[in-house]
Design a protein around this ligand. Structure first.
Ligand code: GAL
Length: 345
């Protein structure tokens, strides 16, 4: 009898630990960033690291723009016993593999910045997403360019009433790149402006690549480019360098360029007047929401919430019970309000 009681006690002890598997005293969050060498993602990463207190173990890895590297990092995290994953995917189409790995070990996942396909999100109810609605950023870019065109008739270099532009895209497999490209031009049309694309190419979010692509655009379209749309500030800054090198931005005359992110160098270009508009991609609040979710999920909290905003459905409807998206709004940044986004020393 004593032996049976003993066995039962041991079983109860083991079971109590098994039951506690999700309520980790110190959560361990494994985080990957698609590549550290990306201006905007560095800001998000710094915010996540700033939020991490001694109540959490956080490991942040650089996936070096390689999905196989990121898959290995996820495997290592799972072997090490993380209690939640926070992943900025390299390739959003690889998400189902990563979700299956995590699901097999019952480890919740927070995806951020690179929006996965809704069918992948539907694969498991322990997968969350933090990001911003890319359509909105494109619309804001188009609206700012439309306002500039209407206020500066001299921008129409060949006086044909058509806005002739070039487009520098981010990674074309990325939702942000796709929608910013599409919605910026749709906003021009909605403002009653006819436009024509002279050249469009990807510069993969990168400043140096954008500078050389822009130099090629200028060489192929001498005197014709009236506006530049860049899917992010880094590429806008590369374009501005190329415009300066070609002598097209000088003596207060500029070819207008719009970007997205409102990074510190982007805001500096707003101050110089070379960038006519950008869109705040709120790295602070995206980092905070990612951290809040990863912390709550990693501790096995009964209620999952964030300090940033409510849980929503993919379409933005607030859904506190079943929503698994946190949407951080974009903000239009113009010469009138840019100063409020410049970090105070
Ligand atoms: C975008 C951002 C880009 C780049 C990209 C990476 O939201 O505007 O600058 O960081 O994410 O996926």
């Amino acid at each position: 009898m004593k032996k049976i009681v003993g066995i039962l006690l041991v079983l109860a002890f083991v079971a109590s630990f098994a039951g506690c598997a999700k309520t980790a005293a110190t959560p361990y969050v494994g985080c990957t960033i698609y590549k550290f060498d990306d201006t905007f993602m560095s800001l998000v990463r710094q915010e996540i690291q700033k939020d991490a207190t001694d109540k959490i173990k956080l490991s942040v890895q650089d996936s070096q723009n390689s999905q196989p590297t990121q898959n290995d990092q996820v495997d290592t995290f799972l072997t090490q016993g993380v209690t939640a994953l926070a992943l900025n995917l390299v390739d959003p189409s690889a998400v189902s593999v990563v979700i299956q790995k995590a699901k097999a070990k019952n480890i919740p996942v927070v995806l951020f910045n690179r929006e996965p396909d809704p069918t992948d999100m539907a694969a498991w109810n322990e997968v969350y997403y933090v990001g911003a609605k890319a359509q909105q950023s494109g619309t804001y870019q188009g609206e700012m360019m439309a306002a500039y065109w209407k206020a500066h008739p001299a921008m129409d270099l060949n006086h044909d009433g058509v806005l002739d532009y070039v487009m520098l895209m981010g990674d074309p497999s990325n939702t942000d790149a796709k929608y910013r490209t599409q919605y910026s031009i749709e906003a021009l049309t909605a403002a009653g402006i006819k436009s024509k694309v002279l050249a469009q190419d990807t510069a993969m979010w990168d400043r140096v690549t954008a500078q050389s692509k822009m130099a090629a655009f200028i060489a192929a379209n001498p005197g014709k480019i009236e506006a530049v749309f860049a899917n992010n500030d880094d590429m806008a800054l590369g374009a501005i360098e190329a415009l300066k090198a070609a002598g097209l931005d000088k003596n207060g005359k500029i070819i207008p360029v719009v970007g997205v992110d409102a990074t510190p160098p982007g805001l500096d270009a707003m101050k110089q007047g070379t960038l006519i508009g950008t869109v705040l991609n709120d790295a602070t609040r995206q980092g905070d929401a990612t951290y809040d979710l990863a912390f709550a999920l990693g501790t096995g909290a009964a209620t999952i919430s964030t300090t940033v905003g409510p849980l929503c459905d993919q379409d933005g409807t607030v859904d506190a019970a079943n929503g698994r998206y946190v949407w951080v709004p974009y903000v239009k940044v113009t010469p009138d309000n840019y100063q409020q986004y410049v970090a105070k020393p």
